[in-house]
Write a protein that binds this ligand. Sequence first.
Ligand code: TEU
Length: 550
Amino acid sequence: MVVTDGDPDENAGAWWRSAAIYQVYVRSFADGDGDGIGDIAGVRAHLGYVRDLGADAIWLNPWYVSPQADAGYDVADYRDIDPVFGTLADAEALLTAAHELGIRVIVDIVPNHCSDQHPWFRAALAAGPGSPERARFVFRRGRGVDGAEAPNNWLSNFAGSSWTRVTEADGSPGEWYLHQFAPEQPDFNWGNPDVHAEFEAVLRFWLDRGVDGFRIDVAHGLVKAAGLPDAGPDDRRGWMPFEDQDGVHDIWREWRRITDSYLGERVLVGEVWVPEPERFSRYLRRDELHSAFNFDFLRSPWGAKPMRAVINETLATHALVGAPATWVLSNHDVPRHVTRYGRVDTSFEFGHSQLGVPTNRELGTRRARAAALVTLALPGGVYVYQGDELGLWEVEDIPDELRQDPMWERSGHLDGVRDGCRVPMPWSGDEPPFGFSPDASARPWLPQPADWKGFTVAAQVGREASMLSLYRDALRQRRTTRGLGDGPMAWLPSDPDVLAFTRGDEFACAVNMSDGPVALPAHDEVLLASGPLDAGLLPADTAVWLRTAG
Ligand code: TEU
């Protein structure tokens, strides 16, 4: 597909504008070889499940060679597969098998940083200060006496300073290098042409093998403010010198030219955490990324007022640049929404861990069912994180010694946000590993709760009231119902605690976020409901899809 200037409809009807994309967290999806860790063979064996669910595409979390200091987001070789997940031949076979089933494949790409075991970083350590090898990363002399203090005050996303001091070849304390995440994840210097050339080659390597696109890790983070100034007092909230710098957009223009040079509507999807919606929309300008995760909806507390505001703002800012919105309820970095929505504080914010805060799972599940119908009815694309469709909850009682998230150790056990949503999928059977591993004696890399027994795929298939049946029905109807996916929506007049909107002239969705039942909007037929209706009324925390006169 070649983008032509000035044609507002050049990508109307493109698959990614309406896609339902299923996020496969490879390490926890299905274990093919019995080592307790999910792998490519496991994904391949379960592609039929993805097809039956009704997803258009899968997004695979990183599968590259990696010491796994951050579950694969520390990449040591961007052109090969980590042996724990399989081989390059397995990856190629997976792409073929998925395409045969009509499932597109988006792979994760991690351009902000690599692994400290990447050959470039090892060469940089060996080559010493001032070398071209060090210029590919962000090395600086320290401040203070003998350079013993970090070059600036930036804090890592995983707690502590963003800088680590190295020991030079002669044994003396030396320069510091920047890592916005763990010390095992040195940031690249995107001011260096080698880095641009290398990533262009990596993109082409995977595009040539048939991937349908890339999910770009930390797409707001690659460019740092000139001179690396100290961060201001409102650290972590708002505009920071290591995030959302204007220069980052040049990189996305470069990448867009690359994907556009390939046939088959290849896409760039940004992981963009930017507080201001207008600045977020800049990533989606016509010659930049195709789409980006809309985390504002995920962050929003449960409630008609805040969610209406997010929907309005999302649609308005995406309209500025002609991009489709996306809707996400959970992913591998945030507590599962069944748990979030059962709490008193239903919002999500990084750094405000609610680990252990009581939650009402029954309420959270009811809301999660309603939220599924709302997000699948809103304009644009939608992401489903593996296990959302089973109604899995955040596993909060993982023993400390089994936790794997680097954030856990680095924050002094204050933050436990990311292991509990990564627990391996339950497929079948009455006890762990619930069919996750082929061998019943295998121990999944994180322990599964015994009460997932009733939540396995096998336990939910064909059971009308199950979360899986709701997702399958909704995804099927979403494909076949006129008006859903990309396109306009209009609000219907409603109680302030109800969200009700139409998609086209034949479809409406309503969700009741008030305390008691409300009347349904005018309709001919109830197509789908997230829970039982109450004598024709819509109960609290319930959503419906309606066929309206048309
Ligand atoms: O997460 C990115 C991430 O956590 C930051 O963008 C952060 O949320 C933001 O700056 C708010 O302060 C991605 C991956 O999804 C995650 O699993 C990785 O650990 C991380 O990047 C590092 O690669």
